[in-house]
Design a protein around this ligand. Structure first.
Ligand code: ATP
Length: 499
């Protein structure tokens, strides 16, 4: 967070008489510092879960065992409330309690009626009870930018290492690695890196990476996916792969490309048949771009409180942007945005969430490359498919004969490279029309397993044919749906991922 802009915003909100300011951050200490700097002589009533009602300066309890309710009751008239700041920490779990919510609302009303006071809620999670919605203003912590991070590193070096020379490029690398971390976390990591051998070296970058992974895990909505798959693990889908390679060239040379006049790549939507390599492509793309892959779990994003899912999306996006350059993989996009435009609370939240996402996609200029995948394009709202949101929309269909041959090669080679040259892949291809990539992988896996169980020294064509016979292919299972989808893609003129 940049202290200064946060301070200015908070001061402005307090001056403007906003009744409740919700500071969404896990840096409580910083909020304390800011409040003491901008508090012009108002009395601070602080309450937290551990100690109850405490003295803001010394953090010692003012009244033994004072519950949140008791403290709120001490302030329940304009006179009592006047010239106070009510600072509430760890209170989110109390929002389940209608009595507490109604008491907070009562105070907010008094402030609106003229009491010179402000309620400040500090929490790392954003939960807004419906009843308080119209009284609350959210204040988001900004992440540190590269220059601010560099300054922290340089200050640290000056204080701890003296003028020992840490080269400029290493500082740059550290600064990139630290993106998305708070000042507190950065200083901790610097201290840790320094403590092991008294210097800052390239090896310490590993530590930072691990720490970041921890942080992403803690935030809970994004997941960092390990990168094993490369573009060579994908059989077929040549158009899509070609497209990714071109974007990777731009992405990896962004400075040069920008100067040339090339726009920052935004992302791609890959829609189509399940099990045909959509996820595989998201992973391969991150590998090709040489950046981390973050998966956004849309299911977990949807919270049970009003504003929670929006807050979660905002946090996820902010985190991804802070970590960028990265690929942000949004899996099962249609699940998140089903029910848009409908009526009722749930649909409303979804519609708003969707609006926020669209705006972000439209205006985004950070190197966060979005790979969205969807099985059912029919469920996606048309706004999403308009130009300007994604750089391109591809559909992935069932693999054709040439592609099936490649997919067989990849999966046999992965498990039984020694058998590959004796296996008649052509024959397998002929027998697997309507099979998805995942079906083919399944067939190979089964054949290898049964050959092993039968003590065979090698896997042969016949073993795989046997497995094919025992498989119900995807097109057998969902024939009508697949045909309908194929027509839809044609109608909408999406690009075919295959050549
Ligand atoms: P879903 O929508 O069900 O998640 P998906 O299209 O994302 O499906 P993937 O997860 O990419 O499918 O594919 C499932 C598995 O099938 C992959 O892990 C891979 O092993 C295999 N597979 C699918 N398509 C291909 C392909 N074109 N080349 C090689 N392997 C493939």
């Amino acid at each position: 967070m940049e202290n200064r802009s946060m301070k200015i915003k908070l001061a402005r909100y307090i001056d403007a008489g906003f009744p409740i300011i919700y500071v969404n951050t896990f840096e409580e200490d910083k909020v304390d510092t800011i409040i003491s700097e901008i508090n012009y002589g108002k009395e601070i009533y602080e309450w937290n879960e551990t100690n109850g009602y405490i003295d803001f300066e010394s953090k010692t309890p003012l009244i033994e065992d004072c519950s949140l309710e008791m403290m709120l009751d001490m302030l329940k008239s304009i006179d009592l409330l006047d010239r106070k700041i009510i600072l509430l920490k760890d209170v989110v779990s109390y929002f389940e309690d209608a009595k507490i919510v109604s008491k907070i609302k009562g105070l907010a009303r008094l402030i609106n009626q003229g009491a010179d006071a402000t309620i400040i809620i500090v929490s790392s999670v954003l939960v807004i009870p419906k009843d308080l919605e119209k009284y609350i203003t959210i204040l988001e912590m900004d992440y540190l930018n590269t220059d601010e991070i560099k300054k922290i590193i340089e200050d640290f070096i000056r204080e701890n290492l003296g003028i020992q020379d840490v080269n400029e490029r290493l500082i740059d690398e550290f600064a990139v690695a630290f993106k998305g971390l708070t000042e507190f976390e950065i200083l901790n990591l610097l201290a840790l890196s320094y403590a092991d051998d008294g210097e800052l070296t390239k090896r310490d970058l590993r530590l930072i990476f691990d720490q970041k992974q921890q942080m992403i895990k803690k935030a809970g909505i994004l997941e960092m996916i390990p990168l094993k798959e490369t573009i060579d693990d994908i059989g077929g889908l040549e158009n899509l792969k070609e497209w990714f390679k071109r974007k990777a060239k731009v992405y990896k040379n962004m400075g040069k490309a920008k100067k040339y006049g090339v726009d920052m790549p935004k992302g791609v939507l890959i829609a189509g048949v399940p099990g045909c390599g959509k996820s595989l492509n998201a992973k391969a793309a991150a590998n090709l771009f040489e950046v981390p892959l973050l998966r956004l779990d849309m299911g977990r994003l949807m919270g049970k409180y009003v504003g929670e899912s929006e807050g979660n999306l905002r946090n996820a996006i902010a985190l991804a942007e802070a970590i960028s350059p990265c690929v942000l993989w949004i899996d099962e996009l249609e699940k998140a945005f089903a029910g848009i435009g409908g009526s009722g609370g749930g649909a409303e939240v979804t519609t708003r969430l969707f609006g926020n996402f669209l705006t972000w996609m439209q205006e985004k200029d950070s190197p966060t490359f979005v790979v969205a995948t969807a099985n059912d394009i029919m469920k996606l709202p048309p706004e999403l498919l308009r130009k300007g949101r994604f750089d391109e929309i591809f559909y992935v269909g069932l693999p054709n004969a040439v592609e099936r041959e490649k997919i067989f090669h990849i999966h046999i080679k992965k498990r039984r490279p020694q058998d590959l040259k004796y296996i008649k892949v052509n024959e397998l291809v002929r027998k697997t029309e309507g099979f998805s990539g995942a079906d083919i992988e399944g067939v190979v896996k089964d054949a290898v397993e049964s050959a092993f169980a039968d003590d065979k020294t090698s896997v042969q064509t016949q073993d795989i044919l046997e497995a094919i016979k025992n498989t119900h292919s995807l097109s057998e299972i969902m024939k009508d749906a697949l045909e309908k989808m194929a027509k839809e893609y044609e109608k909408r003129k999406f690009k075919n991922a295959s050549r």
